[in-house]
Design a protein around this ligand. Structure first.
Ligand SMILES: [Zn+2]
Ligand SMILES: [Zn+2]
Length: 380
């Protein structure tokens, strides 16, 4: 079968790899037909980061935990890329009870068992069943190469899904799969950054610092408006993204490109919820300092350096909460999918390039906010 393969920075190819097969009776096979590009994938696609990251790890400029996530030579091709998709179930193991052939599902980016302690706590991207199988490996996931397991990338003709009754979430009837193309990761990441914090601070004021985790920031702005935030301030340096945020109903503020200095010096410090999506340590410091008492900041980006300086005394003074880490997608998917289906939330506003599946080797490389690929589903 064909799989979109990261060869090196700026080069993707279709390559063949053996079709996955059902191994355990709890497995299913799926055929992805909508796929989206995670914001994090732009890191190796657009910049030759593999060698600088390897060097950074060697000299201690990059936090060593990064190596446990992506390997000691991060993003070294070739590997199957892509970890956001909507797919059709094509084959079922004998113990699978929740799905039938032809069902349309969202596949979370991380593999999880659904029954270990971490999964029971909702920390599905930290599933201890999966990490116990591969000592030294922090992640079991699609699309990050062999360092996160044998699962392959999602822009492929077939994927093997273990623990399928737990892993997969059905797309509600009538919901356009293109709308939840990013449900596997970025849309769910935005959800956790906005919806639970706003439940604790109903009608709160929300700040989104955008531009690094490009689509997460925009989904977050849209979800915050849709969940009754009093104000949503979205800051970014790029007009195209500011337009999307404004289309969702956020107040938008254009700031300079430099992330070295505070981009928030002219802003009041009065936010209940802050979503840090600039992926820069200064953005994290800005967002934390912008909180009002008891405010909650979620850092959605990568902060790769060692010794990220956080304004601990500011946080002390405002009783701030910082939430940070990978998104645990599976627990939020049912509520997220139901919300999008019943409210008509237009998540697809964030999609800046909608391309034919066959064009993936070029389209997936585009320097744009959000790439979504699609092809016709099978008549099953
Ligand atoms: Zn991702
Ligand atoms: Zn588990």
């Amino acid at each position: 079968m064909r799989e979109l393969t990261f060869v090196r920075t700026g080069r993707l190819e279709w390559r063949d790899r053996p079709d996955p097969v059902l191994v355990d009776p709890t497995d299913v096979l799926v055929r992805p037909f909508v796929a989206a590009r995670c914001d994090g994938d732009t890191l190796p696609l657009h910049r030759p980061v593999s060698r600088p990251m390897w060097l950074g790890l060697k000299v201690g400029a990059i936090d060593p935990v990064v190596a446990s996530i992506v390997g000691s030579v991060p993003f070294q091709g070739p590997f199957g890329i892509g970890h956001e998709c909507v797919a059709q179930v094509t084959a079922l193991g004998g113990d699978v009870t929740s799905f039938t052939v032809g069902d349309i599902v969202v596949v979370p980016w991380a593999i999880s068992c659904g029954s270990c302690r971490e999964c029971a706590l909702g920390l599905t991207a930290k599933c201890s069943t999966m990490t116990a199988r591969s000592p030294g490996r922090t992640l079991a996931a699609f699309g990050f190469g062999p360092s996160s397991g044998p699962w392959g990338g999602m822009i492929a003709d077939s994927l093997r899904i273990p623990f399928a009754d737990h892993m997969l979430a059905k797309v509600p009837a009538g919901l356009d799969p293109l709308r939840v193309a990013s449900g596997s990761d970025n849309l769910a990441d935005a959800w956790r950054a906005v919806v639970p914090p706003l439940r604790l601070r109903p009608g709160g004021r929300v700040l989104v610092t955008g531009g690094g985790a490009q689509s997460i920031g925009l989904y977050a702005a849209g979800l915050a408006v849709a969940h009754g935030a009093a104000v949503v301030d979205y800051i970014d340096d790029r007009d195209a993204r500011l337009e999307v945020a404004a289309g969702f109903g956020a107040r938008v503020h254009k700031v300079g490109k430099s992330r070295r200095k505070s981009r928030l010096s002219s802003f009041p410090t009065s936010y209940d919820v802050a979503v840090e999506a600039s992926s820069h340590p200064q953005g994290l410091r800005d967002a934390l300092r912008a909180l009002r008492p008891g405010g909650i900041c979620t850092g959605t980006g990568y902060y790769l350096g060692t010794g990220t300086r956080l304004p601990a005394m500011d946080m002390y003074a405002t009783s701030a909460t910082l939430s940070i880490g990978v998104s645990h997608v599976r627990p939020v998917l049912p509520e997220l999918l139901d919300f999008v289906a019943t409210t008509g939330f237009e998540a697809e506003r964030v999609t800046s390039v909608l391309a034919d599946w066959d064009d993936a080797p070029h389209a997936y490389l585009e320097r744009t906010t959000k790439v979504v690929l699609h092809r016709a589903p099978l008549a099953l």
